[in-house]
Design a binder for this molecule. Structure first.
Ligand code: NI
Length: 171
């Protein structure tokens, strides 16, 4: 089932997620819904708080070319244990429709998490996957793309998003 995605400045996006404790059918249904919602958008990542579920869970699929097989990855109760290098990437976010912003991130990341059955894993990532992990992990702490911008860019993006809301409300 496709779930509605919350958009900035919705306050629920600011709530830190709680650890997932039950690895049951309900969790698996939530993950299925998140995948369906992300692919329909389309996006390369989606965190549970973006659909109003305040849990430490996100999904990523960086296989964006039409002919690439899907590469869905699920991160539950993740912890970033190492960050190395620096890079800047022009990011988007499903909670900021239409916006793209340059964000400074680490180039490589090591993350520990558990999978949908509660099994722990550790992953070292670079490239788009490393960017996406940092971006989605931010959502679990109530941190958003806009928080990484300069005061001026932040103000412009805030204005663009609130104007967009006003236009939607008028339609
Ligand atoms: Ni996002």
């Amino acid at each position: 089932m496709i779930r509605p995605i919350l958009c900035y400045p919705d306050k629920r996006l600011r709530e830190p997620g709680k650890d997932v404790e039950e690895f049951d059918a309900e969790l698996h249904a939530l993950i299925d819904d998140m995948a369906e919602t992300m692919y329909a958008a389309p996006g390369v990542g989606l965190a549970a708080p973006q659909i109003g579920v305040s849990k430490r869970l996100f999904i990523i699929d960086v296989a964006t070319e039409d002919d690439e097989p899907s590469d869905l990855r699920v991160f539950i109760n993740p912890e970033i244990v190492a960050l190395e290098g620096e890079t800047t990437f022009n990011e988007g976010c499903l909670s900021f429709p239409g916006a793209r912003e340059d964000v400074d991130r680490a180039e490589r990341v090591t993350v520990r998490a558990v999978d949908k059955d509660g099994k722990p894993f550790e992953l070292q990532a670079e490239g788009l996957l490393a960017i996406a992990i940092q971006h989605e992990n931010d959502h679990l702490d109530g941190r958003l793309m806009i928080d990484h911008l300069s005061v001026l860019r932040r103000r412009l993006l805030h204005r663009a998003m609130t104007k967009r809301l006003a236009v939607d409300a008028a339609q």
